[in-house]
Design a protein around this ligand. Structure first.
Ligand code: GLY
Length: 382
């Protein structure tokens, strides 16, 4: 097991990257089709993302969204700010949904996906199924800046990371994540009449594994939000520059080889500098069917408020899944979660979830400081 990386180390790295990537200014503003263009000389800086962006702190007591807000108001590149936010959970074993200590696949291997999108530069980068690199969000940025490609996957992504100065380790399990994995594996074997894991077929492992992961979450052994992992953070600065970053260890105990929505443009993240940004956490497969982040941004382009656009995407997913027992609970409701974090060019924002209720938050930072706000949702958990 590798050790937790010093948080100063990562924030120092992010600041260096920020200094090295100054961007041009962009002042053109276009509102949605059918809307009068909003002409603004200055925009309200804002950071919006998943709840884990406002959970862990650096040595100065700042949460991820607070770091990002400080950076964008100090003139740092907006993408670097969102990445710095996400680096905090990436390097910490306390967050079992991303980076180091992310819950592994069914073989016990931690594999990571990430993507980023830079509104003003109109560029994006991503990595999928990368192993051994704690901060895949920084590798995604290198793919964006140093190649003409968007997505590098598997061994090629890991090799690219090494060649570009990222530390590559043998195993990103923490003691905590591997303990959770062993418990999950034991329970799946028990469900399979005590056949060994090697004797069970993948389909059984996948189906039972899903149920067992939910059961462990209900018992408080794993964070329910970490079954599908992920952090997404989006931001806009006073110049109206919009960027976003999504990073994940993917669905916990997934079938080896599985890649979810997070590294896919339009699914895990989408940014249009004239309109806004949307990113996702939750069951990636259901997001992929509808490319919801793209859908949300397009709905905002047509004039929808971020909340309405996010709820529209959730309703599409709900209607698509209705009647499929695998995704329904005993009440006939969708049982999985899928969340979107959305902001627009007018600095309006929303966090929306398939399943919300008490304790289901998203993270925000603006001139009122860093905070959690309750998600709007289709279903409420009791
Ligand atoms: N949304 C993260 C995943 O499904 O991989």
């Amino acid at each position: 097991m590798a050790k937790d990386m010093n948080r100063r180390e990562v924030l120092g790295a992010a600041a260096t990257v920020a200094a090295a990537s100054a961007i041009g200014t962009s002042t053109a503003v276009a509102a949605g089709r059918g809307q009068a263009p909003a002409v603004m000389s200055s925009y309200k800086p804002l950071v919006v993302g998943a709840h884990n962006g406002n959970r862990l702190t650096n040595d100065d007591g700042e949460t991820g969204v607070a770091i990002a807000y400080r950076m964008i108001t100090a003139g740092d590149d907006v993408l670097d700010a969102t990445i710095a936010c996400n680096n905090l959970p990436e390097i910490s074993e306390e967050d079992t949904s991303v980076g180091y200590g992310g819950l592994p696949d069914a073989n016990g291997d931690v594999t990571l996906d990430a993507c980023c999108m830079h509104g003003p530069l109109k560029r994006a980068g991503g990595v999928a199924y990368i192993q051994g690199v704690r901060m895949p969000s920084l590798v995604a940025k290198d793919v964006m800046m140093k190649t003409n490609h968007h997505l590098l996957a598997g061994q090629g992504a890991t090799d690219f990371a090494r060649e570009n100065g990222h530390r590559v380790e043998g195993d990103l399990n923490s003691e905590r994540s591997f303990k959770r994995y062993l418990e999950w594996k034991k329970r799946v074997e028990e469900e399979g009449d005590n056949r060994t894991f090697a004797e069970l077929d993948l389909d059984f492992i996948e189906k039972k594994g899903f149920d067992v992961a939910y059961q462990m979450a209900e018992e408080g052994r794993i964070d329910i939000e970490h079954i599908h992992g992920t952090i997404n953070t989006n931001a806009i600065n006073h110049k109206g520059e919009i960027c976003g970053n999504t990073t994940t260890s993917g669905r916990s105990f997934k079938v080896p080889g599985r890649v979810g929505d997070s590294p896919i443009l339009g699914a895990g993240l989408y940014v249009d500098n004239d309109v806004g940004a949307a990113g996702s956490t939750g069951l990636g497969e259901m997001n992929l069917y509808h490319l919801c982040s793209f859908l949300i941004v397009e709905k905002m382009r047509d004039g929808m408020h971020p909340k309405d656009a996010g709820m529209y995407a959730l309703e599409r997913v709900r209607d698509f899944c209705m009647g499929n027992e695998r995704y329904m609970n005993e009440k006939g409701e969708i049982r999985f979660n899928l969340q979107f974090y959305v902001l627009d060019k007018q600095s309006r924002y929303a966090g929306v979830a398939m399943r919300g209720g008490e304790g289901r938050f998203f993270a925000v930072c603006d001139d009122n400081g860093p905070r959690h706000e309750l998600m709007d949702s289709i279903y409420m958990n009791e």
